[in-house]
Design a protein around this ligand. Sequence first.
Ligand SMILES: Nc1nc2c(ncn2[C@@H]2O[C@H](COP(=O)(O)OP(=O)(O)OP(=O)(O)O)[C@@H](O)[C@H]2O)c(=O)[nH]1
Length: 362
Amino acid sequence: MIQTTSRPSDTKLSQFRVKGEIPVPMLIGRLTLAAVPILLLFAWRSLDRGLPGSATILIVFAMLLSVNGIVYLISHNSTLQRRGFITMITVLFTYLAINAVEDGSAIIWLFAYPPIIFYISEAKVGVIACAGGLAAVAVLFSPLGDMAFDSPYSTSFRLTMLAVLGFEMSTCYVLDQSRRRSKLGLLKLAAEFEYAAKHDALTGLANRREAHEQLEAEYQRYMRNSRVFSVLLMDIDLFKSVNDSYGHQVGDETIVMVARTLQEQSRKVDTLSRWGGEEYLVLLPETDTPEAVQTANRIRQTIASTPIKAQGRSINATISVGVATIHGAESVDRLLQRADEALYRAKTMGRNKVCDFEGNFS
Ligand SMILES: Nc1nc2c(ncn2[C@@H]2O[C@H](COP(=O)(O)OP(=O)(O)OP(=O)(O)O)[C@@H](O)[C@H]2O)c(=O)[nH]1
């Protein structure tokens, strides 16, 4: 885990799915299953009316949609499936409108386009596709369209169709925006709850529970690959006197400033946590005792040599550190106990010290 987990961005969040939301690949799959028999029915009726050309094209659309579905089932490439589906339905709806399939009544299927396109694609793509579609229908219904195609639509049908289609597209856009906003709000709330459950509110470091989780994960890695890890248990020296002399607010700021120094002096892979009041636990993956002692001393010296500025005061804080490295088949609890004993020894040796479990101190 990283030192402090930053909150995910809105763009990243919007890619998550909330419970109950139909996944886009599943929706496309269902729409394909529904569209193929309808297209085959239209094809059969076209044949019946002596329109083999139209029947053939509709069968080709049905086959292309089926192929798109089969390719997804094999490749699980949802982007390819979505792009293929959008392209095909756009061409299909254009064909239905231009060729006046089913005596021109098939153009009414155009109303299915906006909700589908807004659901399965990004809002921007939805807007562009709908605006383009409406413009294309307007051209088809214009005198220009009459010159190019032999469309059977009456003037009142054309006007009503354009008005209702425009109304439907706008409504779909508004509803889609509202859906996206509430989904993002929900995901943000969930991310905030998750962050609060894992972090300490004062310092932003991992909290004790999260530290235990990371310790357990590191322990499992150690059991698998035998790469040792170490922990540093740290405690601000004589912290009670900081509170007593300057007040709790200065005490809090001191706790935060020590946390900042820990972050500056640690690697990205280390887990920094607030273990208790003025206690911190640092988990150092793949680190043996000499390396851990070196890190602990670097942190200790930095804190000792940098006066902390809080509420206009300058405080010279020091820390004591207990170091323990996992060995053999000992448990995480035993490791923590050894770190605690080493910390206790560092305190009894006079504070501002780093002490490992063997009793070596610096
Ligand atoms: N301001 C502030 N004080 C805290 C917080 N958590 C614990 N403390 C205080 O930290 C002090 C810890 O003191 P002790 O554990 O007795 O030890 P110490 O004075 O640090 O002395 P040594 O550990 O022996 O060096 C107590 O006075 C607590 O009230 C906190 O979140 N904010």
